[in-house]
Design a protein around this ligand. Sequence first.
Ligand code: NAI
Ligand code: MG
Length: 356
Amino acid sequence: MKHSIVLLPGDGIGPEIVEQARLVLVAIADRFGHEFTFSSHQIGGIAIDETGDPLPQATVDACRSASAILLGAVGGPKWDDPSAKTRPEAGLLRIRKELGLFANLRPIKLFDELADASPLRADIVRGTDILFFRELTGGIYFGESGCSGEGEDETAFQSMTYSRREVKRIVRMAANAARGRSNRLTSVDKANVLEPSRLWRRVAAEVMAEEFPDVNYDVVLVDSMAMHLINRPADFDVVVTGNMFGDILTDEASMLPGSLGMLPSASLGESGPGLYEPIHGSAPDIAGKGIANPLATILAAAMMLRHSLSLNDEADAIEAAVAGVLADGLRTSDLARGDSDSAIGTAAMGAAVVAK
Ligand code: NAI
Ligand code: MG
């Protein structure tokens, strides 16, 4: 099968880690007999430097016609000047919008070999393997807002809106993913207080009863969920929630595995290419040193195979190879903790995954 993949390396460590993920994809293509073509385009700070625009039209056009998109990271101190009229992050926000990416997927998987890196006790986090679906283009972050009044009466508001259509499409996507995992879906809301949450809960229950009667489904209030994530994270499988709750819960959950360098994410739309990236930023403090951990980006490439190209065996192969190199004791410096002398670099880690 032929697939065209757009690479958006971006800034800082972006180019270093995306190159390792590309090499892993090349190895997958060889081994499984696929044809992946790659084309690299600019986004973020480098795009501002070269074109004045953090998302040049050529990048948008390339992304639209791609099978899938793999992004490194954008931003860095060079572009942090508050007086600048455009910022690297604007490129990221715009590409998500241009492609209608309404679902943000964040797997939070703890590799057994790294259980000691978690801030929680190993016996609590062991077995954690959650896939969050966060609604990305609706809810309170995009609600009507305003400010009025003066003095002690100065007042601000921001409204939260969800439509039946918006709830349905993300619940469906999450329920489908649950079928490919351990068949459990948890919807998180605040239906005891918020009207949009009551609609969310009603619509989600309808979708599940009508289309996914085989999937085990439950609902949890967002404040309880914040506690459960610390108390019994291994009990959850697929979790679906709105934009703001998802923002907060996924950041909370991202701390469970103990290293940002291991966590991938994906943003998907109804149709068209998905966007895959590590959750960490451009790490300017270590850029150019060849020591960045490429595993989050390599795992993002595995998500791309699974969710955009329907290549599940190939995705499994990458994930197994990552677990394998960790089991062999290989660590980049962010994972090595205290024992950084034995740490390997970005390219060596990528090569180890390819070899596995
Ligand atoms: P960051 O995630 O870039 O770095 C936080 C810390 O984690 C740093 O010490 C860094 O060295 C380390 N780190 C991150 N990824 C690593 C990896 N793969 N291997 C080893 N160590 C790693 O977050 P920070 O420092 O807050 O932001 C730096 C820049 O990245 C800023 O310009 C920010 O705006 C941008 N950023 C971009 C994102 C994106 O493109 N999606 C997301 C978050 C931040
Ligand atoms: Mg956040």
